[in-house]
Write a protein that binds this ligand. Structure first.
Ligand SMILES: [Zn+2]
Length: 142
C-alpha cells in the first residue's frame, strides 16, 4: 500500500496542478515532507530544518510562498498565533492549544492527553471555532 499519499488523501499531481507549480524535485520533497506520515502541525522553520537535513534548500521567501499556495488551494490550514504562523495538515475544524513553553501548537484533545495535570475548562469542547487558540505558558516553569 502506498501510505505516502493515502494518509492525508493528497495527490501530489493534483497539488502541482492546482497550485500552478512547475515540477521540481525540491517541491516534490517538500510535499512528501508535509503530507507523509500522520497529520501534523509545523511552522516554516520546522520544515526548513527537515529539508536542510535532506539537502534541499529553499529560500525562506520561496518556502513561505509555497506554503501559502498550499493554504490558498486548501491542502493545508494556516493557524495564526500571535506574530507567527503554524500549519496543519488536518483540514477539519478543531481547537488548538499553543504551548508557549515549547513554542508548539497542539490539538486540544492531544494536549489534554499529554497534560492531564492542566485543568482545561470542559466548556471549550462545545466550541467549534477553528481559529480559537488557547495560549498556555506555565507560570513557574516546573
Ligand atoms: Zn490541528
Amino acid at each position: 500500500m502506498n501510505t505516502e499519499s493515502v494518509t492525508n488523501q493528497v495527490k501530489f499531481d493534483e497539488v502541482f496542478h492546482k497550485c500552478n507549480w512547475k515540477y521540481t524535485r525540491q517541491r516534490s520533497v517538500l510535499l512528501k515532507n508535509i503530507f507523509s506520515g500522520p497529520k501534523k502541525h509545523f511552522c516554516v522553520n520546522d520544515i526548513n530544518d527537515d529539508l536542510k537535513n535532506k539537502s534541499i534548500f529553499f529560500s525562506y521567501t520561496t518556502l513561505f510562498n509555497n506554503l501559502n499556495d498550499l493554504v490558498d488551494n486548501k491542502f493545508l490550514n494556516r493557524i495564526e498565533c500571535g506574530n507567527q504562523y503554524f500549519y496543519d495538515t488536518n483540514l477539519s475544524k478543531h481547537i488548538h492549544v499553543y504551548d508557549g513553553d515549547k513554542n508548539m501548537i497542539f490539538d486540544l484533545n492531544d494536549y489534554e492527553m499529554l497534560n492531564k495535570e492542566i485543568p482545561i475548562p470542559a466548556c471549550l469542547k462545545l466550541l467549534d471555532e477553528y481559529s480559537l487558540i488557547i495560549n498556555i505558558k506555565k507560570v513557574n516553569g516546573e
